[in-house]
Ligand binder design. Structure first.
Ligand code: PLP
Length: 384
């Protein structure tokens, strides 16, 4: 027998199955709110203008594709720093480029496991499904608390505070910096200002997942929670993704940053872990981001296009609520909201109305084109 005889088949990703069903649906008015990528008013996920321009520059000017180091493109990480952190003491910051926000989360999880095996990670649920296998694969133990009540569409702030107060010193708390996936329910500035000092007081280590900066309320507003956490806590991990706010998804662009008095020690561990995982990250996407952020013109173009994306999402949220006040999507931010629907209702939306969403009731608001909004609102009303 082979060692591989011990393997058992794994379930397929339900979202990928949904993509297949949508593709094979012949109905002309079908609506896809399943996949988690931005779509414009024509239903497209275009390459941003600044990205195209940066790629043209790279094609013309790039002299070599020789190896960088395990830290990837250092200038890329340096240019991102003020956008993410605002003013920050550079001596207390270290970071490496990673394959996407996913790579950053995994590297951060492994750093924590290296610090102490079996570390507990508090996480509000529902959360991005991949958080769970990712943290567990690194040897961490997840401790869930309730983040969002789907039936009442309310963020469970009391549960968050209770979880922090019940935690042990040295536990980690994983926080979505903005545009919570899958619920869109973010803490208010006041709530962040309560959480940030409480986390420090309770001796927890905050790990902030910032995957959608600029798609909620703007680049600075979307980082306000993270900055409050950094202001109050001696050590903070930040997993960052450029895949949504630069539209670079498949290029896998991200970074892990750590704020700490022992930045040098931590950086040496990040490099060792990166080497053991992927040796060095893929270059192209980070080179695009670096080229954009190194150019005032391209940066202005990127910011303007990102702002237009953000405003389109806000516009869809308002248009749906204007169409049917019973579907109030204006209290959440970013691409996602989670509707209070039963499995039966979600199936009826798909089978009867050709409206596709994740089995959890998560919808990608950007999946709605303007002309699809009435049909979507009518379909939800019909199944409720
Ligand atoms: N974190 C959250 C909350 C996400 O929703 C995602 C992607 O969907 C990621 C991290 C990972 O992003 P990336 O595609 O850059 O790996």
């Amino acid at each position: 027998g082979s060692i591989l005889d011990g393997l058992c088949a794994q379930p397929a990703d339900p979202l990928l199955a949904l993509i297949g069903m949508f593709r094979d649906d012949p109905r002309p008015g079908k609506i896809d709110m399943g996949v988690g990528v931005y779509r414009d008013a024509d239903g497209k996920t275009p390459v941003m203008a600044a990205v195209k321009a940066a790629e043209a520059i790279l094609l013309k000017d790039q002299q070599t594709k020789s190896y960088l180091g395990p830290e990837g493109d250092a200038r890329f990480a340096e240019l991102l720093t003020p956008i993410i952190f605002g003013d920050v003491d550079a001596a207390r910051l270290c970071g490496v480029q990673t394959p996407g926000g996913t790579g950053a989360l995994r590297l951060g999880a492994e750093l924590l496991a290296r610090g102490r095996a079996g570390t507990r990670v508090l996480v509000g649920t529902p959360t991005w499904p991949n958080h769970v296998p990712l943290m567990e694969a690194a040897g961490l133990k997840l401790v869930p608390f309730k983040h969002f009540d789907v039936a009442t569409q309310a963020l469970c702030f009391d549960e968050t505070l209770a979880a922090i107060n019940a935690a042990e010193r040295g536990d980690v708390i994983l926080l979505h910096g903005c545009c919570h996936n899958p619920t869109g329910a973010d803490y208010t500035v006041e709530q962040w200002n309560t959480l940030a000092p409480l986390i420090a007081e309770r001796g927890l280590l905050p790990f902030v997942d910032l995957a959608y900066q600029g798609l909620g309320h703007g680049l600075d507003a979307d980082a306000a929670g993270l900055r409050a956490v950094v202001a109050h806590n001696p050590e903070v991990l930040v997993a960052y993704s450029c895949d949504k706010n630069f539209g670079l998804y498949r290029e896998r662009v991200g970074a892990l940053f750590v704020v700490s008095d022992r930045a040098e020690l931590i950086q040496s561990n990040l490099l060792a872990l990166a080497r053991a995982n992927w040796s060095m990250p893929p270059d192209h996407g980070a080179a695009i981001v670096r080229t954009i952020l190194d150019s005032p013109e391209l940066t202005a173009s990127w910011r303007a296009e990102l702002d237009a994306m953000r405003l389109r999402i806000l516009g869809v949220r308002e248009a749906v609520a204007a169409h049917d006040p019973a579907i109030d999507l204006t209290r959440q931010s970013g691409m996602f909201s989670m509707l209070s629907l039963s499995t039966e209702q979600i199936r009826a939306l798909r089978e009867v109305h050709a409206v596709y969403m994740a089995g959890s009731g998560r919808i990608n608001v950007a999946g709605l084109t303007p002309d699809a909004i009435p049909a979507f609102a009518a379909a939800v009303a019909a199944v409720r």
